[in-house]
Design a binder for this molecule. Structure first.
Ligand code: HXC
Length: 257
């Protein structure tokens, strides 16, 4: 599918490739992403996934407005469910996912970045939930994930005004991990991915699951979940190797997944 470019490998890259529409997400693109994520999930050779947008203007400027303008209530609901399913699939992937935000990340585009584990932004990146200006509201998880990441106070104002904010503001608010020059975005994202790929894949998977619980569970249940997850990693070959390597003053050799 030419609207998506998937380059596989230990560090795989998924590029949304509709630059003429600022990489807007329509049904076909979302279904294509769902198919790629299904393959990634079952491919043990992929250890980190990078998601980005084609061209130098946009990460993803939102769900496709032209397509949505034609949708009935039922079609709109199906589209929303598909979007939710895709965002949840990103969150449930056992491997870390990094969004490399190279331009506009608006509406469904910001919601896509919010479903990733880490976000790197180019200095040119612009973020926002402008749905209110179209007479709708965020529908791919933004009303839940945005306040979770940046707090209720800021999220309420952003969703109610629809205003955009720049990369520096996103950094100050703790939405993005790093802001880098536009030309350094992909190299810096790969550098971070390589650093993470050098860790135990099994421990990373458990860390991601426990972190996800902080979003989906009440604190008590989350703390219990962490304890059971620690018990799982304590039984792993990578725990034995990691601690042995420390004591023997050498680099560990992970078994990965
Ligand atoms: C479809 C889009 C699009 C979108 C841009 N385009 N955003 N097409 N869906 N979300 C198209 C434009 O129509 C235009 O096509 C081309 O991309 C370039 O955009 P311009 O508007 O000409 O560029 P510019 O003037 O620089 O403005 C950039 C922009 C603006 C500020 C990003 O395009 C914009 O406001 N876009 C919409 C952003 C938005 O509202 N996103 C949220 C969508 S709702 P042509 O053919 O004219 O060249 C959403 C809800 C999710 O995401 C949940 C639903 C259930």
């Amino acid at each position: 599918m030419e609207d998506l470019i998937f380059e596989t490998g230990e560090i795989a890259t998924l590029t949304i490739n509709r630059p003429k529409a600022l990489n807007a997400l329509n049904r076909e693109v979302l279904e294509g992403i769902a198919r790629i994520l299904r393959d990634v999930r079952h491919d043990a050779s992929v250890r980190i996934l990078i998601v980005t947008g084609a061209g130098d203007r946009a990460f993803v400027a939102g769900a496709d407005i032209a397509a949505m303008s034609e949708m009935s209530v039922v079609e709109g609901q199906e589209f929303m469910r598909l979007g939710h399913r895709v965002m949840q699939t990103f969150e449930d992937l056992p491997i870390p996912v990094i969004a490399a935000v190279n331009g506009f990340a608006l509406g469904g585009g910001l919601e896509l970045a919010l479903a990733c584990d880490l976000i790197l932004a180019s200095e040119k990146a612009r973020f926002g939930q402008p749905e209110i200006n179209l007479g709708i509201i965020p529908g791919f998880g933004g009303t839940q994930r945005l306040p979770h990441r940046i707090g209720q106070v800021r999220a309420r104002e952003l969703i109610m005004t629809g205003e955009m904010f720049d990369a520096r503001t996103a950094l100050e608010w703790g939405l993005v991990n790093h802001v880098v020059a536009a030309e350094a975005l992909i190299p810096e994202t790969r550098k971070l991915a390589e650093k993470i790929a050098g860790k135990s894949g099994f421990a990373l998977r458990q860390a991601k699951a426990a972190l996800r619980a902080s979003f989906t569970m009440e604190e008590d249940a989350g703390l219990r979940f962490e304890q059971s997850t620690v018990a799982v990693v304590f039984g792993s070959a990578d725990k034995t190797e990691g601690m042995k390597a420390f004591i023997e003053k050498r680099q560990p050799k992970w078994q990965h997944r």
